[in-house]
Design a protein around this ligand. Structure first.
Ligand code: HPA
Length: 437
């Protein structure tokens, strides 16, 4: 089994075997060293990978530089670097850093959400020029004026050479850590990134509906329909939440839950609205998972107010699917792992939960309300207005989605929730959802 863990003193020899050690040894003693960000990939007690982020000064703020990333030759191309980098990013976010910079192959770093550093007005230090594309990743939301040229730790010995080294130390690491991308591929990317640099500078990830910059939104976004619910979740369940969107009052926030970074944003009502916001989150930001938390009207006799429904699949009367031009009917489904995890959490919390089919309708005020009995006759549990579009967008973007719904009313039974009951029901659903992050 491979685990990513903090480097120990006893790992030093193993680390020495896979990467440049002169500089690492100096950095370990320097003020720029952050023990939590000196990580090894440990495969059954053998060190097969190493990563080091050190502190650099950007515009007077302590931010991060990816100093070393190396994988043992026998274990390359197996996703070890990915595990190390993702693990380090999570830790770095927890520690409150806002940016990480790295000099290297754009193709590689783009996979981790890095963009040319110039996008954020972070300049490539002169000595790093020509060696690679200078990339930056937004880790935590900030309004601080973090830009300029990063100032590296003295240990980099940028102007001179280290004793025993024949080249400046930083040259050496770049060579050692070269990730296996063909030279031609690399140069093409560098060229295209350069051409685009100017465009990128003026172009942000922001869309007409979402003003967040790339990096401000977490990998998982919880979406209630009502943006004020998003605010409520941010204020009551997340720590250190910062707002990233207010366009059309469709509020969005990113904060921490149990130390994990998560975002929450309103979807609005209906599939066109959910369609827009979820499409942009999946395709313009590096969002991987969206979990809708909403309300629904019960359809079956044995569905009661306040029940929690996990939408395994979503039928629909909308035309949303026509855009895909499929040669038949499409079945929008939720992510299997998320469905299983949500059901498990709900059962542990002793909440009555049903997993099954729901229907997403375009029509709240149906001229013939009894039409919904037809859905009930097919075992569809409840009716709501967003899930099918969310599931289709997730499928088209090859991302993950789930809808968790609480029954707020019943189409064919008497009874209504009081506002207090609505709030408790909503809180129960949020607690289940946050456990999935
Ligand atoms: N129809 C559509 N969406 C809903 C309903 C409904 O009756 N109740 C809660 N969401």
């Amino acid at each position: 089994m491979i685990v990513i863990r903090k480097e120990r003193t006893t790992d030093h020899n193993a680390v020495r075997e896979i990467t440049d050690f002169h500089l690492i040894e100096d950095l370990r003693k320097s003020r720029s060293f952050i023990p939590e960000l000196s990580l090894v990939a440990d495969c059954d007690n053998k060190v097969i990978g190493y990563l080091l982020f050190v502190e650099v000064d950007i515009g007077g703020y302590k931010e991060l530089l990816l100093s070393h990333i190396a994988v043992h030759p026998d274990f390359q191309k197996q996703g070890i670097a990915r595990l190390l980098i993702n693990g380090a990013h999570d830790k770095a976010r927890e520690l409150g850093y806002h940016f990480a910079v790295a000099n290297g192959e754009a193709v590689f770093f783009k996979k981790f959400g890095y963009v040319p550093a110039a996008t954020y007005d972070i300049d490539q230090p002169v000595f790093e020029k020509k060696k690679g594309v200078y990339m930056a990743k937004y880790l935590n939301f900030t309004q601080l004026p973090i830009f300029g040229t990063p100032v590296y730790p003295d240990e980099y010995n940028i102007t001179g050479t280290k004793s025993g080294d024949t080249k400046p130390a930083e040259n050496k690491i770049r060579e050692k850590n070269k990730i296996n991308v063909s030279k031609e591929q690399d140069e093409n990317v560098i060229k295209s990134v350069k051409v685009k640099m100017k465009e990128v500078k003026n172009m942000s990830s922001a869309t007409p509906h979402n003003e967040a910059e790339f990096g401000m939104i977490a990998g998982t976004v919880i979406m209630p329909g009502d943006p004020l619910r998003a605010k409520y979740i941010a204020e009551n369940f997340l720590s250190g939440a910062a707002q990233f969107n207010a366009v059309r009052n469709m509020f969005g926030y990113t904060g921490l839950y149990n130390g994990k970074r998560v975002s929450v944003m309103g979807s609005g009502m209906g599939m066109p609205s959910m369609g827009i916001y979820s499409y942009e989150l999946y395709n313009n930001y590096d969002v991987d998972t969206i979990i809708r938390v909403g309300s629904a009207g019960g359809l079956l006799d044995d569905i009661d107010l306040r029940d929690v429904i996990i939408a395994q699949a979503a039928c629909t009367d909308s035309n949303y699917v026509y855009q895909y031009d499929l040669p038949g009917n499409y079945a929008p489904i939720g992510d299997f792992d998320l469905i299983c995890d949500a059901a498990e959490v709900a059962r542990k919390e002793k909440k009555k939960v049903r997993v099954g089919n729901v229907v997403s309708t375009d029509i709240f005020y149906n001229k013939y309300p009894d039409v919904n009995k037809k859905w009930a006759s097919m075992g569809v549990l409840c009716i709501e207005m967003e899930t099918a579009a969310l599931y289709m967008n997730a499928a088209a973007a090859q991302k993950k989605a789930l809808s968790i719904l609480t029954i707020s009313d019943h189409l064919f039974k008497e009874g209504e929730l009081s506002s207090k009951e609505r709030e408790t029901g909503f809180n129960d659903m949020i607690k289940i959802t946050l456990e999935l992050v």
